[in-house]
Design a protein around this ligand. Structure first.
Ligand code: BGC
Length: 247
């Protein structure tokens, strides 16, 4: 069974039909840059374009870089503020005619990794962090997601962790791997003190370069790179929509 997965990010909106039984993209991914002013209207216009690109008529799953409660966007750290309070599921449904599930981007990535990737078969407490523009998080207990965790908001040295240790910090501040992982380690240490995870999955765009920094990360728990790289969001959104719409 196929569902269109869409990953709404700060710089690009990417989509592909996904076979939710195998987690494979059935067609090449299509990417459209996120509009510079990423208002609900502008973003839903791009989603319509993606849907037309794939001539899609079925249900869709969309990730979003924010807290989502019953389809409503509650925060907007890396997207236009006008999203706050908007029911994104209703908006996208009205625009495209497709039944829509909207969920947090890191939750979607976590779902994909737990079902088909680095966390597959792992019971216990698993935490995935996605390092990109911000720091996304998802926590699973015996495979069950606790949605909308925002561990990137943890305060370290008077700043939110995602303002010190995101992948954006590394590039914008021109940090060497060692300096950046030092900050990430500080964050992971706090996370371990609070949650005692059994497995830590490192995701987000930077996980593609894991051979440069994974050996520098320190934790009591096992640390592994995400396996689905930049497709985790698309795949996880499609899987979650399959569950929501009982497909
Ligand atoms: C947001 C999270 C999101 C993360 C990664 C943070 O700024 O608050 O909801 O998961 O960025 O995109």
């Amino acid at each position: 069974m196929e569902i269109l997965g869409i990953d709404i990010g700060g710089s690009g909106i990417k989509g592909a039909p996904v076979n939710i039984e195998t987690a494979e993209l059935t067609t090449d991914r299509h990417r459209i840059p996120t509009p510079e002013i990423s208002t609900p209207d502008a973003v839903s216009e791009v989603i319509l374009e993606l849907i037309q690109h794939f001539a899609w008529q079925g249900p869709i799953g969309c990730t979003f870089p924010a807290v989502i409660k019953q389809g409503v966007v509650k925060t907007a750290a890396n997207i236009d503020n006008s999203w706050i309070g908007v029911n994104g599921e209703e908006l996208i449904h009205a625009k495209t005619g497709c039944k829509t599930l909207l969920l947090n981007d890191a939750d979607a990535a976590g779902i994909a990794e737990m079902e088909f990737g680095a966390g597959k078969g792992n019971s216990g407490v698993v935490i995935i962090h996605t390092f990109g523009t911000g720091i996304g998080s998802a926590i699973f207990v015996n495979g069950q997601l606790v949605p909308n965790t925002e561990f990137g908001r943890l305060e370290i040295r008077c700043k939110e962790a995602e303002q010190r240790a995101s992948a954006r910090n590394r590039t914008e501040e021109d940090l060497k791997w060692k300096a950046w992982t030092w900050r990430v380690n500080e964050f992971l240490e706090r996370m371990e003190t609070l949650f005692w995870p059994d497995l830590l999955i490192i995701g987000g765009g930077v996980s593609r370069k894991h051979n440069k920094f994974l050996h520098l990360l320190k934790a009591r728990a096992e640390i592994v790179p995400a396996q689905m790289l930049n497709q985790a969001g698309i795949i996880g959104a499609a899987i979650a929509a399959g569950k929501r719409f009982d497909i």
